[in-house]
Design a protein around this ligand. Structure first.
Ligand SMILES: [Zn+2]
Length: 90
């Protein structure tokens, strides 16, 4: 019999997204906080646990998903993301 414990490997190479990234408040790549950089345009580049992950349009987006414009999705407004972050559990 084989033990299943050692098989469930962790994917390495990428840091875990922070709560700010999971709330769409920070760039997944350069960690710019969009609350501090209102001029930075964020685009959706990935999903995790049903949430949209964002990156700055341009280089960051291309690093994250291969397209400078990100995925074909529109993130909610920053104010809405901030509200969701604050009301989010734990
Ligand atoms: Zn960025």
């Amino acid at each position: 019999m084989y033990s299943q414990d050692s098989i469930s490997g962790h994917r390495r190479g990428r840091p875990e997204p922070t709560p700010e990234m999971l709330s769409g408040l920070a760039c997944l790549i350069c960690t710019t906080d969009y609350r501090d950089a209102p001029g930075t345009e964020a685009v959706v580049v990935s999903h995790r646990d049903g949430r949209q992950l964002l990156a700055c349009r341009g280089t960051c987006a291309r690093m994250a998903c291969g397209a400078v414009d990100g995925l074909d999705e529109t993130p909610p407004p920053l104010a809405e993301r901030v509200r969701g972050h604050r009301s989010g559990g734990s």
